[in-house]
Ligand binder design. Structure first.
Ligand SMILES: N[C@@H](CCC(=O)N[C@@H](CS)C(=O)NCC(=O)O)C(=O)O
Length: 295
């Protein structure tokens, strides 16, 4: 069983999409990031960066760094998803144990950073990542484009337009960069059916959840006119991924966490939000300057 610690965010959806595509059994566990569950010592032992998602593989703790030509045998974990299949028997409640770094074959094995989780699953399942050097490099280039540019820039843009819309300097800066990045994707997808070439793969799986998020903010980019104006290839790609059988299963599984997320946000007071957003009293610069820390 693979466990994903997360919330309703695009970085978490990446892993859920991949698990659904591979037909791997998994369980989603909600993390209340507004209450700071991601900063507990137990969580930091799994992800030193204190973010979701974290992937925990409870049954198959060893992956090879070399590409797998075929699905890796991993009894009891790798199975084909079947419509209407009953949920597996309940397992003992997993614990957030300090498993980070274990490669000795013992479970659980924890992976932080969503793209690292995708690579772990690709090597585990032997799917969605090219094995030949040059096609693999192209796939990794587009995967890294997502992790280094799309995710961080879209994330900052969402923050400004949702929580600081009057900060026009920040809002404009990120809006402009998001528009540029969308253009890069559209140009690529006008030349290639999938981001890495002829096959649907990790780069598409990593990028699609962020375009799903962008779908909600396109009106801001276009002053309420046609949301996909100027992005026809990106739009076709977005719809093709949405039509894959695994995609609605993944979005439904993720969206099931919405009530828990909304409740967590509703419980968060001004101080908790200040800490979550890393601003005001709870910014992190005191750690570098040695200045008085916020309590
Ligand atoms: N590069 C990381 C980004 C993870 C990330 O930023 N996660 C957000 C949710 S999308 C989070 O955990 N936020 C809580 C916090 O910052 O304390 C990844 O791809 O896994």
């Amino acid at each position: 069983m693979i466990e994903i610690l997360g919330m309703t965010s695009p970085n978490v959806l990446k892993l859920v999409l991949m698990l659904e595509e591979c037909g791997l059994a998994y369980r989603l566990r909600h993390v209340d990031v507004f209450a700071g569950e991601q900063r507990t010592p137990e969580f930091l032992a799994l992800n030193p960066s204190g973010k979701v998602p974290v992937l925990i593989d409870h049954e198959c703790g060893v992956v090879s760094a070399t590409p797998a030509p075929s699905p890796r045998p991993c009894a009891g974990v790798h199975r084909e998803a079947e419509a209407g299949q009953e949920a597996p028997a309940a397992e003992p409640e997993a614990q957030w144990t300090p498993a980070q770094g274990r490669r000795d074959g013992g479970a659980p094995f924890a992976v932080f950073e969503s793209a690292a989780g995708l690579l772990y699953l690709a090597e585990r399942a032997g799917r969605f990542l090219q094995t030949e050097a040059m096609p693999r490099s192209i796939a990794l280039q587009w995967l890294m484009f997502q992790t280094a540019s799309i995710g961080p820039m879209f994330g900052q843009y969402v923050h400004f337009f949702r929580y600081a819309p009057t900060e026009t300097y920040g809002l404009k800066r990120y809006e402009s960069e998001v528009a540029r990045l969308l253009g890069v994707l559209d140009t690529r997808l006008a030349q290639s059916p999938w981001l890495a070439g002829d096959d649907y793969g990790l780069a598409d799986i990593a990028t699609w959840p962020w375009i799903r998020t962008a779908d909600a903010m396109f009106p801001l980019l276009t002053d309420g006119r046609d949301r996909w104006r100027g992005l026809p290839a990106l739009r076709r790609w977005f719809e093709r991924v949405a039509e894959r059988p695994a995609t609605p299963r993944a979005t439904a599984a993720l969206d099931a966490l919405l009530p828990a997320d909304r409740a967590a946000f509703g419980r968060a007071d001004a101080d908790a939000l200040d800490r979550f957003f890393g601003r005001g009293r709870h910014d992190h610069s005191h750690k570098l300057t040695g200045a008085e820390t916020a309590q």
